[in-house]
Design a protein around this ligand. Structure first.
Ligand code: GTP
Length: 303
């Protein structure tokens, strides 16, 4: 089975970090975030089509150096980012039947084969994973019927106008002929253009339990880091080559970096080649590669 992974976005909400690396390679719990998604793919997936654009070279080199066992990885490039729908259309030649698709920045316990099973069972055009949140207005929100059919999909509704608190969680099972609905060579948003068409044709939603976040903002990258660490029963991950003389508090991930005497790192990510100087306190921060942190910081992205 084929799975498309969307990994070509600019990641503007993670700037300046994403001036230096694509979002997919931002380390979360000690590994590039995209690897957590790749690892969670069901064994039925034998081909992953990576839809890439922004900083595609960095992504391709990563997978060249870290091949994934038993999976054919194909990279398809958009010269200009085509949006989530345009990117799916752009990989059409690599797809041979009904398929799975994922936003490359989700960290979740979604079960893709349950989506695929429902696609078949309902003869649906699309089945999307749904996650319950308290404040849905930043997301794509659905009105779900009792038979799990989606009656309405509203992208980023105004607060108070959300049809429910179930949001699209960025994992989909799609019928092959959905590709015919997407115009080629154009910027197309799945959420704004394609889902409303599919709602008319038969789109279903499947809520799931467990954990979910889309690691698109600094806060949610740190949340993903904490979720994954907690899942493995760890309070922190420290690279074996790191030189840690200070304190590392939950939930933190330290790459091949230096944390000097008296420094404290709390709920933060410190990437390879960085140094947290003596006595400096780093809280709720993402420190990019090769940075010297000489002053206290809280809730910042330093890159
Ligand atoms: P922001 O600029 O911060 O909104 O981030 P983003 O560019 O990653 O956009 P968003 O979070 O909405 O994207 C969700 C997923 O789709 C991410 O995994 C993106 O990499 C991917 N994505 C978004 N736009 C494109 C695109 O034009 N082409 C491809 N191939 N992937 C995209």
């Amino acid at each position: 089975m084929e799975a498309i992974v969307l990994a070509g976005g600019f990641g503007t909400r993670l700037r300046p970090l994403t001036y230096r690396m694509p979002k997919a390679l931002v380390p979360v719990a000690g590994r590039p975030m995209i690897m957590h998604l790749i690892d969670s793919l069901p064994s039925e997936v034998d081909k992953v089509v990576m839809a890439v654009s922004y900083m595609r070279d960095a992504l391709e080199s990563h997978f060249k150096e870290n091949p994934v066992d038993g999976v054919e990885m194909v990279f398809v490039e958009e010269r200009e980012a085509l949006g989530t729908g345009g990117a799916i259309k752009n990989v059409e030649k690599e797809i041979s039947g009904d398929f799975l698709a994922f936003n490359g920045d989700i960290i979740s316990s979604v079960e893709p084969m349950a989506l695929y099973g429902m696609l078949k069972e309902k003869s649906a055009k699309a089945v999307i994973s749904l996650w319950k949140v308290e404040y849905p207005s930043h997301y794509g929100v659905v009105d779900l019927g009792p038979d799990m059919r989606i009656n309405r999909f509203v992208e980023k509704p105004a607060p108070g106008e959300e049809p429910s608190n179930l949001i699209s969680a960025g994992a989909y099972a799609l019928s092959y002929d959905v590709l015919d609905l997407i115009p080629s060579g154009r910027v197309v948003s799945l959420e704004r253009k394609i889902w409303p068409i599919l709602v008319e044709k038969g789109m279903y939603g499947l809520p799931f339990e467990g954990y979910w976040t889309d690691a698109g903002t600094p806060e949610r990258v740190l949340e993903a880091n904490a979720i994954l660490l907690r899942n493995t029963g760890k309070e922190a991950i420290v690279d074996e080559n790191a030189d840690v003389r200070g304190e590392v508090l939950p939930y933190s991930s330290i790459g091949n970096a230096v944390v000097k005497d008296g420094a404290v790192v709390e709920n933060s990510i410190v990437m390879d080649g960085s140094t947290v100087k003596s006595g400096v306190k780093v809280k709720d921060c993402i420190i990019g590669p090769k940075m010297d942190v000489k002053r206290d910081c809280e809730g910042e992205v330093i890159a």
